[in-house]
Design a protein around this ligand. Structure first.
Ligand code: PAF
Length: 282
């Protein structure tokens, strides 16, 4: 695997590959890689000549300095995992390499997608995501970029970014990867205490129960039911649960038969914030 820390060197290498008509599948990450990331890389390897992964903990998408400082950094393990799936290229830039002196976000208009759910609780988060993803796309110029559906709102926002800026890249969302007990894989899981790790599968269990009740209960009743389950839980604190239209991400009160809906959830397990979601119909 080739490792680049400088964008100019990466661009130069990739331009020779493009001259040779090689197609590029790109997986942007913040490191602390897990099986979910590896599944994206395996998919990219199947579909493209080259799989390119970036590992960059992007400071502008963190609304909380402590969260940024504590974000897991597992470089050696990441490199070993990338090599185990025959990743072709790793881009591992420094903050200066990406932002120079100006560690700030561009302001984006994602047609309102950015004000829903995560946007209400993490100020500036999606401007930070938009900034780094657009920058990375400009450096790598991939044919296709792959993202997990655990961050479903992020996925929709990146699709909007590509549409609005007419970026020449295809965006593919891939299924959520789960631990055996149902917990959605996340780089943050390694920071859970033993107690919170044992408690965390309750999140997906509750989502699955909510899915079963969808239809019999209306969205408001279902939301109240989920809130009640978490009030009874001694270790997990619900930040939000909402049922939203998959396309607009707006919370809904009425279900229309021809629309797709998803339930979204954010929960604190101690000071670790976990998110998850589930498709409710179709
Ligand atoms: O999902 C992530 O890991 C990050 O938000 C991303 C897309 C790599 C941007 O920093």
């Amino acid at each position: 695997m080739k490792i680049f820390t400088r964008k100019s060197e990466l661009k130069e290498f990739l331009s020779t590959q493009k001259d040779d008509k090689k197609s590029i599948g790109f997986i942007p990450t913040m490191g602390a890689l897990h099986q979910g990331h590896l599944s994206l890389i395996k998919k990219a390897k199947k579909k493209h000549d080259l799989a390119v992964v970036s590992v960059f903990v992007n400071p502008t998408q963190f609304d909380n300095k402590e969260d940024l400082a504590k974000y897991p950094k597992t470089y050696d393990n990441d490199v070993a995992l990338l090599e185990s799936v025959n990743c072709d290229v790793l881009f591992f830039p420094s903050v200066e390499e990406i932002y120079a002196e100006n560690v700030t976000s561009e302001k984006f208009d994602f047609d309102g997608l950015e004000y829903q759910m995560e946007g209400k609780f993490r100020e500036g988060h999606f401007d930070g995501v938009g900034t780094i993803v657009k920058t990375l796309f400009e450096i790598v110029e991939p044919d296709t970029a792959y993202f997990g559906k655990k961050d479903f709102q992020q996925l929709q926002i990146i699709k909007k970014l590509v549409e609005k800026y007419k970026l020449p890249v295809k965006i593919k969302g891939r299924p959520i990867f789960r631990e055996e007990d149902g917990l959605a894989m996340s780089s943050r899981n390694v920071r859970l205490t033993k107690e919170h790790r044992e408690a965390a599968p309750f999140i997906y269990k509750t989502l699955k129960k909510a899915k079963k009740k969808f239809g019999a209960k209306n969205p408001e009743e279902l939301t109240k039911w989920v809130e009640k389950q978490f009030k009874k839980h001694p270790l997990l604190e619900l930040e939000y649960f909402t049922i939203a239209n998959e396309k607009t991400l707006e919370t809904v009160t009425i279900i229309e038969p021809d629309k797709k809906y998803r339930a979204f959830i954010a929960v604190f397990a101690g000071d670790i914030r976990l998110i998850d979601n589930i498709r409710l119909n179709k």
